[in-house]
Design a protein around this ligand. Structure first.
Ligand SMILES: Cc1ncc(COP(=O)(O)O)c(C=O)c1O
Length: 404
């Protein structure tokens, strides 16, 4: 409440202790299956101040663009502990990644192998790469959050032989060294069986590459773990997740592989809360009551884009009994800009602060200036003190790059 007073709203507030606990929970759950590297998926929240908390714990970083590589470097991740992903890496991006000395380039496509081959042909020290494959595993999540199915823009399909052909091409390329195989099933996942299948398939593929001369010793299992945002959310525990993927990799003793995990949401998702001001209420008797707030799809597009579900509470009356079911409507000029379809709350009043917990992942990261709203300020609480890690944008910031 005081933070909203001081810094205005919409305001995102991250808690460093929650981030650290989430990261350490991964260490704990995967202890029986070491060696394991946890590579924070920067795309979930690439803010330097937030990512620096995770870099400070000795994590790796998984970047989806050269911009995220640069952000990860600024946050303190060493270049050699950064993996660069992307299904459409340009020559400029590949050149910049090689120049930056990223630890692993996660190759995704035959064209990329050819482009890389040209860029590394004079290198004495080969660039270490992983090959991203498509396992053809379809998970129970929103279509736009599914990445492991055959009908996906990501990865070389195992089933069609493309993955093997691309592995052969990498192995035959001087200046490249294939050290890992990777796949990511999607996000907001909760099925242990899908993860188990994935681990089995990647281990089998890594073994298949041995006779071709590739010593694959890194198994990249992607990320994707769903986190509980509402009481009714069904999720996989970290223990269940570890026990689904760990044994398959450890059973392949000959590989002596390091497991790479790429959590994003499950590291930062629950550490962030969005604070909004209630602006007004509109009642449509027998239909719906809309409570409008001073934010919405421009700072959290996930409800509009994926139908993502959140809950809310009135910051100053968090324990007051609910009085009615309401929808939380954003202030953007879009009917789809409804942050929460239905939540039971004490009747909100204009000016009150509404808190939406579990907003730490893929909200601020996907923020926009739609309707020329400015992007929100972000605070980080650490050691009992709050500090701003990103200032609220101003309209001058938006127009800085524009000319009449
Ligand atoms: C390649 C890759 N790894 C990891 C992640 C992180 O996923 P999540 O935030 O669901 O853990 C993503 C996100 O979709 C991804 O595309």
């Amino acid at each position: 409440m005081r933070l909203a007073e001081r810094h205005g709203t919409p305001l995102y507030v991250y808690d460093a202790a929650t981030i650290r606990a989430a990261y350490r929970a991964y260490q704990q759950a995967f202890r029986p299956y070491r060696p394991v590297r946890t590579s924070y998926a920067v795309k979930a929240c690439a803010l330097i101040g937030v990512a620096a908390v995770i870099a400070g714990l000795g994590a790796d970083a998984s970047a989806a663009s050269i911009g995220e590589v640069l952000a990860a470097r600024r946050a303190g991740f060493p270049a050699e502990r950064i993996q660069l992903h992307g299904n459409a890496k340009t020559d400029e991006e590949l050149r910049a990644a090689l120049r930056a000395g990223v630890g692993r380039i996660v190759v995704d496509g035959a064209d990329e192998i050819a482009a890389l081959a040209r860029l590394v042909r004079r290198r004495s020290d080969p660039q270490r790469v992983w090959l991203r494959v498509s396992p053809g595993i379809s998970s129970d999540t929103h279509e736009h959050m599914r990445t492991g199915a055959l009908d996906s823009k990501f990865g070389a399909p195992l089933a069609t032989g493309d993955a093997l052909a691309q592995a052969r091409a990498i192995i035959a390329t001087p200046g490249l060294r294939l050290v890992g195989v990777h796949a990511h099933l999607g996000t907001e996942l909760h099925e242990a069986d899908r993860y188990r299948e994935l681990a089995d398939m990647l281990v089998a593929f890594a073994r298949e590459l041995r006779p071709l001369g590739a010593r694959v010793s890194e198994i990249g299992l992607g990320g994707g773990l769903k986190v509980p945002i509402r009481a009714e959310d069904h999720v996989l525990s970290l223990r269940e997740y570890a026990d689904a993927v760990g044994p398959a990799v450890r059973a392949a003793g000959d590989l002596r592989a390091t497991i790479y995990l790429e959590p994003g949401r499950s590291v930062v998702g629950r550490s962030g809360v969005a604070l909004y001001r209630v602006v007004g209420t509109k009642r449509v008797p027998g239909v719906r009551t809309f409570v409008s707030v001073d934010g919405g799809m421009g700072d959290n597009i996930r409800p509009a884009l994926y139908g993502a579900a959140y809950t809310a509470l009135i910051a100053d009356r968090a324990t007051a009994p609910p009085e009615e079911e309401v929808a939380i409507a954003g202030s953007y000029c879009e009917s789809g800009d409804v942050l929460i379809r239905s939540v039971a709350l004490p009747t909100p009043r204009r000016g009150e602060v509404l808190a939406v917990p579990g907003s730490g992942a893929y909200a601020v990261a996907m923020a926009s200036n739609y309707n020329h709203h400015v992007r929100p300020a972000v605070a980080l609480i650490d050691g009992g003190r709050a500090r701003i890690v990103r200032k609220r944008e101003t309209h001058a910031d938006i127009w800085r790059l524009e000319r009449r």
